[in-house]
Design a protein around this ligand. Structure first.
Ligand code: THU
Length: 125
């Protein structure tokens, strides 16, 4: 998944984070074999901002993709950037338990987590 990791790191470059100064990049692989990227985009009205993960997933969904396989997330260089609760719920819509989340600190420092580990009890009705 080196390509996914590289793309998450480059997607972080275009993050718009003038308030937190915390830049995040995400790269998402879909079942169709396409990769979509995203970065966080903040807003002066803070809650309006959006995380990198949801930008990448929205790009994929808007292109008709409905099944996601893996996502690399590159946030801070000192610690892994775990996806927030809202992003985990967004993932739950399009990912099954085997969805891989790759937390990236650098090209050779990353960690895998399955979606099941990240979010064991998802809402359903
Ligand atoms: N952020 C992400 O983009 N992804 C995460 O997984 C956690 C947080 C963003 C939101 C905000 O722009 C900045 O990081 C600081 O919270």
């Amino acid at each position: 998944m080196k390509e996914l990791i590289e793309k998450a790191i480059s997607a972080r470059e275009t993050a718009y984070a003038p308030y937190s100064h915390f830049k995040v990049g995400a790269a998402l692989l879909t079942a169709d074999g396409h990769i979509y990227t995203g970065c966080n985009i903040e807003n002066i009205s803070y809650p309006v901002g959006i995380c990198a993960e949801r930008v990448a997933m929205s790009q994929a969904a808007a292109n008709g993709e409905r099944k996601f396989i893996a996502m690399a997330i590159a946030g801070g260089k000192d610690s892994y950037c775990f996806p927030c609760g809202m992003c985990r719920q967004f993932m739950a819509e399009f990912c099954d338990e085997s969805f891989d989340v790759i937390l990236v600190r650098s090209l050779d420092d990353y960690q895998y987590l399955s979606f099941k580990e990240l979010m064991p009890y998802t809402f359903s009705f």
